[in-house]
Design a protein around this ligand. Structure first.
Ligand code: MN
Length: 331
């Protein structure tokens, strides 16, 4: 897992919340991610949607790609397809994805980098492993998160942010037993690099075997913990949480979790968890494939706009092109 690593002893420390007065957030629910086939035929683990979306608002979807060891010629992606009405946040721990879009944005996301794409009013994009990676094969591990936009921002112009592996904010737990890579939002007064329309906190932590991570969390945000690799437990009741499982936490002002003493080989450095939370938008959601709007009429409009080329066109340099095999749009 070469997503950025660091010596935790040299990093700023997150203050451990004061024990007697802290309201630790309890685990409300544990969800095991279902497997789905996406794009050209790669498997993702998807803990949500699949249950009440209000529990994860403002998030819409979390796709866990890999970890998978691709043989030469095997790596797959998602060729040209549209989006409107939300943001996709792609974090690549191992391997690489090449992003190209119809507004001229894009870039290579690799080894610990994040790409934050605000689809807003709409665009077309392509998310593919680079030719060189396809030819050679190798380890691929990444996550794509969908963050909703409120009604007032659905028509915002598309925007790209490339957050390099070295630009994430690195923090340590109070005893140095956990490394926290803050991608967006605030933790204990430290800010992550991601610029978000919807207030969220998004971090990837590696918790050493047997170590505890305890940190303050904004009371008005919801709180989710998803396991990328390894095993541990979450909340004051120490609910077990293994690879591919999501914990939805209840109210409170701090999170507590602990890595198990023994870890599988995939988590040799520690228990790998994503920490997510945001301010719920609490608006109606109308959703169809790559479009997330507030009403059914807006979805119909999105399909019509896409078919009429109003979400953009595939750049000439990319013609002829492949389209997504599982295109959610009727021909
Ligand atoms: Mn996409």
């Amino acid at each position: 897992m070469p997503a950025i690593t660091a010596d935790t002893l040299t990093l700023p420390r997150l203050q451990r919340p004061t024990e007697p007065t802290t309201a630790w957030r309890p685990v409300q629910r544990v969800v095991t991610a279902a497997r789905h086939v996406e794009g050209e035929g790669f498997v993702v683990r998807r803990p949500f949607p699949g249950f009440d979306l209000a529990l994860v608002d403002p998030f819409l979807l979390l796709d866990h790609l890999g970890a998978v060891e691709y043989a030469p010629g095997e790596a797959k992606g998602a060729p040209w397809h549209p989006h409107r009405g939300f943001e996709t946040v792609t974090y690549i721990l191992d391997g690489a994805f090449e992003h190209t879009d119809s507004t001229g944005g894009g870039g290579l996301i690799t080894d610990g980098a994040t790409q934050w794409m605000t689809a807003g009013a709409g665009l077309l994009h392509s998310e593919l492993p680079p030719q060189e990676f396809v030819a050679k094969g190798g380890l691929f591990h990444g996550v794509q998160l969908w963050v909703n936009l409120p009604r007032s921002l659905k028509w915002t112009p598309p925007r790209y942010q490339n957050i390099g592996a070295r630009n994430v904010t690195l923090l340590a737990s109070d005893d140095g037993g956990a490394l926290v890579r803050l991608i967006a939002g605030d933790l204990d007064g430290h800010a992550g690099p991601g610029v978000t329309w919807t207030p969220i906190t998004y971090a990837h932590a590696t918790v050493a075997p047997g170590a505890r991570l305890a940190l303050r969390w904004p009371r008005e945000f919801n709180a989710l913990v998803y396991v990328l690799a390894g095993r541990g437990s979450v909340g004051p009741d120490a609910r077990p949480l293994d690879e591919g499982q999501l914990a939805v936490l209840g109210a409170g002002d701090a999170l507590t979790m602990r890595a198990s003493d023994s870890q599988p080989l995939a988590a040799a450095a520690g228990w790998e968890v994503l920490l997510l939370g945001g301010l719920p938008i609490r608006e109606p959601i109308a959703r169809y494939g790559p479009f997330v709007m507030n009403t059914r009429a807006e979805i119909i409009q999105a399909v019509e706009d896409f078919q009429a080329g109003r979400l953009g066109v595939v750049p000439a340099a990319h013609m002829p092109h492949r389209t997504s095999a599982d295109s959610p749009l009727p021909a």
